[in-house]
Ligand binder design. Structure first.
Ligand SMILES: Nc1nc2c(ncn2[C@@H]2O[C@H](COP(=O)(O)OP(=O)(O)O)[C@@H](O)[C@H]2O)c(=O)[nH]1
Ligand SMILES: [Mg+2]
Length: 354
């Protein structure tokens, strides 16, 4: 199962254009047996130049990058929280994703109608965010009602604490702020997460600008943000790899906007990547921060988790700098780690298993 990003925004802002460009980067599904492919879901490879280097070092037959899913979520219009457009259906789709990419129109084109009649990026952001906030308010309200009802028959400490959290969430949302802005104790995360609030998810604002404005700075933009020209990215995505490289060299840039979007989206999820590398394949794996070695091994094969003996870990950079596993070992850069080891981003791991 990969982590998923929902693409949301008003109609006609370029969501599907961006999504279509992303689907040109769909991975070969046979390498990812757990992915479900649906028309509005694109599973894309996360660009990672460490993999290319390790593939060369190990002479790996194939390279398997880690992936994230993008979901093109249609139907956000003013009043969605009250059932306008696709209303509830739309909102339930956003509840399922791990993070949000909010596409905002910032390009002029008289042939393409803006739903509110004028180009107003910040106004659009406010419209969308308000819908998300209103939807969360309903969730919080109905939960609050249910819990208050329960107090008639119970005085449970947790119940009272959760009511207080809900009341605090309500205050934040009523002041038109995102739920994520509520300061809470670590212990309370679990309860809040269960609510699947839309405004508790990380958001990346993607400004769909004209080609000429991609590098122009704009202080008014919400952060974190990325300026991209969806139309240009859609065109680029149809070109062969060679021509894309030529384009990048010519423009003196390292990455296409689309690759930037994928990398930034992945970062937003605060996940880490560990790597297994050998002659057969160099393979990137995603785990949540704080994952211990046996569970990381379990990502590769469930048997590996139960049969975990130890992990042989070399930092990817050490491998590249020393020129290989043997050399890294000689320099004492291979670490033997046990069941309590927290996997780190960029670890190249060989799991010893029973
Ligand atoms: N000029 C220009 N047109 C764009 C851009 N992105 C999308 N469009 C056009 O805007 C229209 C709506 O785009 P679409 O991706 O379907 O929007 P959605 O409703 O948000 O999914 C289409 O005709 C696109 O070709 C862009 O960056 N520049
Ligand atoms: Mg669309």
């Amino acid at each position: 199962m990969s982590f998923s990003i929902g693409i949301v925004g008003l109609p006609n802002v370029g969501k599907s254009t961006l999504f279509t460009a992303l689907t040109k980067k769909q991975v070969d599904a046979s390498n990812y047996p757990f992915c479900t492919i649906e028309p509005n879901v694109g599973v894309v490879a996360v660009p990672d130049n460490r993999l290319e280097k390790l593939t060369n070092l190990y002479n790996s037959e194939k390279t398997v990058p880690t992936t994230i899913e993008f979901v093109d979520i249609a139907g956000l219009v003013k009043g969605a929280a009250k059932g306008e457009g696709l209303g509830n259906k739309f909102l339930s789709h956003i509840r399922e994703v791990d993070a949000i990419v909010e596409v905002v129109r910032d390009f002029e084109n008289n042939d393409i109608v803006h739903v509110h009649g004028k180009i107003d990026p910040e106004g659009d952001v406010n419209t969308i965010n308000l819908e998300l906030i209103l939807a969360d308010l309903e969730t919080v309200d109905s939960r609050l009602e249910a819990l208050v009802r329960q107090t008639k028959s119970s005085n449970d400490k947790d119940l009272l604490k959760n009511i207080e959290i809900l009341q605090n969430l309500k205050k934040v949302l009523e002041s038109e702020e995102f739920a994520i802005n509520l300061e809470v104790k670590k212990d309370d995360f679990k309860f809040i997460r269960q609510l699947s609030l839309l405004t508790y998810k990380p958001v990346l604002y993607v400004y769909n600008v004209s080609e000429d404005d991609v590098n122009a700075s704009n202080e008014n933009r919400k952060t974190p943000n990325l300026a991209i020209c969806a139309k240009l990215e859609a065109e680029l995505s149809t070109l062969p790899e060679e021509e894309i490289k030529e384009y990048l060299t010519e423009m003196k840039i390292e990455q296409t906007g689309l690759d930037k979007l994928i990398v930034e989206s992945y970062k937003m999820l605060e996940l880490i990547t560990f790597i297994t590398s050998g002659p057969k394949e160099t393979h990137a794996w995603t785990v949540e921060k704080g994952t211990l070695a046996p569970q990381a091994a379990g990502k590769i094969h469930t048997d590996f988790e139960n049969g975990f003996i130890r992990a042989e870990v070399i930092k990817w950079q050490d491998l590249i700098d020393t020129g290989g596993e043997q050399q890294a070992k000689e320099k004492g850069l291979m670490h033997l780690e046990g069941k309590e080891y927290e996997v780190q981003d960029g670890d190249v791991i060989y799991f010893r298993t029973a």
